[in-house]
Design a protein around this ligand. Sequence first.
Ligand code: FPP
Length: 224
Amino acid sequence: MNPLNHVAIIMDGNGRWGLKNKNSRNAGHRAGINTVEKIIKETIRNNIKFLTLYAFSTENWKRPKKEIKFLFNLLENFLKNKIEDLNKQKIKLKIIGKKNFSTKLNKLLKTSEKKTHKNKKLQINLALNYGSKTELINAFKELKKKREIINEKNFKKYLQTKNIPDPEILIRTGNTKRLSNFLLWQLAYSEIFFEKKLWPDFNEKDYSKIIKKYKNIKRNFGKI
Ligand code: FPP
């Protein structure tokens, strides 16, 4: 059976779910939070050590201001209400992406990371204002600045995911088959699962099925 240390997820389909069920895209984002909680629980149950969630991309700034505001309020409330609980469960929170939000949110993100930094049960990497191309360019710039030899080992040190194993699994919900500027380097050898369900409809059973399927895949890494 294949080892599993890291699952990455593109949580797509909130907007469509909200429009279909509540006539409001934002209602879909709110419902998406429930799925986040279910998936965290199931990740712990499966003893997976890293979970990376794509919550807001560098491209998402192109959305209407009202939706962006709603999303960040949701995130703020989630952290305010849940960080103690996450900490109790020994979950470490790490933000990947550039923290250039309101002073209040930047502070909340930093204190949440600080509070949980010693936890070892599960590390959640929350991708916020994250774009893989920017991450790669910044890593190249660092390598150049430090005049280091260009090789995989040196390059990886400057990614935001340094010290985190690459995801063995990528899940994208919402019936869309693209990577949307997410972890382009780190996903080089991941098993990719495109899921028809919209994120708020995705549940523990769907997740478990994917994990089971992954565990039985013959992974060759170029060999035969
Ligand atoms: C993509 O669906 C979803 C997002 C851009 C936001 C994801 C955010 C959440 C699940 C809630 C906040 C998360 C945390 C961890 C507190 P979409 O809006 O692009 O859906 P669509 O493709 O149907 O329009």
